[in-house]
Design a protein around this ligand. Structure first.
Ligand SMILES: Cc1ncc(COP(=O)(O)O)c(C=O)c1O
Length: 427
């Protein structure tokens, strides 16, 4: 699952004692395990090796430059959704030709810039965007490689806010309209439309949802080829799971075992856009207890981390396992589970200092007794954690530290109060 383990009652990341680390770098603090990143990337690469795919790391899940560089060194391509993410990919040394650019609302500036730097593929989500891309590319004397994002109308059985491949969502073009899009745009100056893109949601722990979506995608590709169009590649998207609870997500081999046989013999370049499955388990958020209090019959643990560092619980009601870094009485969790209830624990809500009732990290959990000053770890926070951090309530964003064995390296410094006001000092 990952390299966050209790040793002698204290949580370690690889060989680093997280009580020491929090003492040195302060809290709230994001901590990433380099070995966990490499393990998850490696498992995915091995599982899908037969189809020799481009693994396009989804920068939206974790955009830290040091992590992007690490993944680039492993051979990763990149999936981006904004001009800012193009910038991050380039700054991490990505080959622009191995960047794929998705998103329903690319601005003219973003398209021009992406054409300028030569991104490999535009994943186009509407006829209007296709038209705009073709015109801009033609005006610049370029030819844009485009994939049509198709909405396969498949239920990924995940949170409604992260469901993207159902007909009623804003993403892509429905299968029925896709053939028409090819008819309209085939041979259009400035455009080389020769690929299909699918992404049904995240996290998708039901492998059969991929089977259904890819089967629909391949059927469409057969039809398009039958209509005389050349289709060179199929991007099957991201969404592969992470272990928020122990063994919750299918292993990479299970996804590949169902998906790879579908892809054999189709003469297609395959692309994947994984984010969470590589980074989710590779990061945690460390917080320190500020106060504890009772209110009515509820017990609250108030920590210095909040929805501004990790918004997923507030935004999606997402579950993150939480546990003290050095639990009282040596109460080490035997597994990470929403229903874990050990003797000696008590029922609490873990909340942050932000002035919103939705500012919670965990609700109704049985935790070992916690006191002011105790450290708490929020697990599986490496994806959609720091990238969604905000300065709401004028809270400086936290630092990020990357662990390699016994070495800890700051890969993003903690923001300061000066950072909060810098962009507004205009006189
Ligand atoms: C188009 C696209 N590709 C890939 C991803 C990455 O998803 P995940 O991090 O779950 O792999 C997303 C996430 O929303 C996405 O929208």
């Amino acid at each position: 699952m990952d390299h966050f383990e209790y040793r002698n009652g204290i949580l370690h990341c690889e060989s680093v004692d997280l009580v020491d680390l929090a003492g040195r770098h302060g809290t709230p603090l994001y901590v990433y395990s380099r070995q966990t990143i490499l393990d998850h990337y490696g498992r995915l690469a091995t599982a899908f090796a037969e189809v020799d795919p481009w693994l396009c790391f989804s920068i939206k899940s974790c955009g830290n430059l040091s992590i992007l560089k690490l993944l680039r060194q492993q051979g990763c391509a990149f999936d981006v959704v904004s001009g800012g993410e193009v910038r991050r990919a380039l700054e991490a040394g990505a080959d622009p030709a191995r960047i794929v650019f998705a998103g329903v609302g690319k601005s003219d500036e973003e398209i021009n810039h992406a054409l300028d730097v030569g991104v490999g593929y535009f994943n186009v989500e509407s006829e209007a965007e296709m038209d705009n891309l073709a015109s801009r590319a033609a005006a610049a004397g370029k030819t844009a490689s485009a994939a049509l994002r198709v909405n396969p109308d498949v239920d990924p059985k995940t949170h409604v806010y992260t469901t993207t491949g159902k007909r009623e969502t804003k993403f892509g073009v429905d299968v029925e309209r896709a053939r028409n899009v090819f008819k309209t745009f085939h041979g259009r100056k400035g455009l080389n439309l020769d690929a299909i893109h699918l992404h049904i949601g995240s996290p998708v722990n039901d492998v059969s949802a991929y089977v259904e979506s890819i089967t629909k995608g391949l059927r469409l590709i057969d039809d398009l080829r039958g209509d005389g169009y050349t289709i060179r590649s199929l991007n099957i998207g991201g969404g592969y799971g992470a272990d928020y609870e122990t063994d919750q997500a299918p292993p990479a081999m299970q996804y590949a075992g169902a998906i790879v046989p579908l892809l054999r013999g189709h003469d297609l370049k395959i692309l994947l856009e994984p984010g969470r499955t590589i980074m989710g388990n590779a990061g945690v958020l460390l917080c320190r207890t500020l106060y504890t209090k009772a209110s009515g019959d509820k017990q609250f643990v108030i920590v210095d981390g909040s929805m501004t560092e990790l918004i997923r619980p507030c935004l999606y009601g997402a579950f993150h396992f939480v546990w003290p870094v050095a639990p009282a009485g040596g109460l080490v969790p035997p597994q990470r589970s929403a229903t874990l209830r050990l003797d000696g624990t008590r029922l609490v809500d873990v909340v942050g200092p932000v002035c919103e009732s939705s500012d919670f990290l965990a609700r109704e959990r049985y935790l070992p007794p916690m006191e002011r000053g105790d450290l708490l770890c929020v697990f599986t926070a490496g994806a959609y954690g720091m990238v969604m951090a905000s300065q709401y309530n004028s809270r400086p964003r936290p630092a990020e530290v990357l662990i390699e064995g016994s070495a800890a390296r700051v890969i993003r410094r903690r923001e300061t109060y000066d950072d909060l006001v810098e962009a507004e000092r205009l006189d």
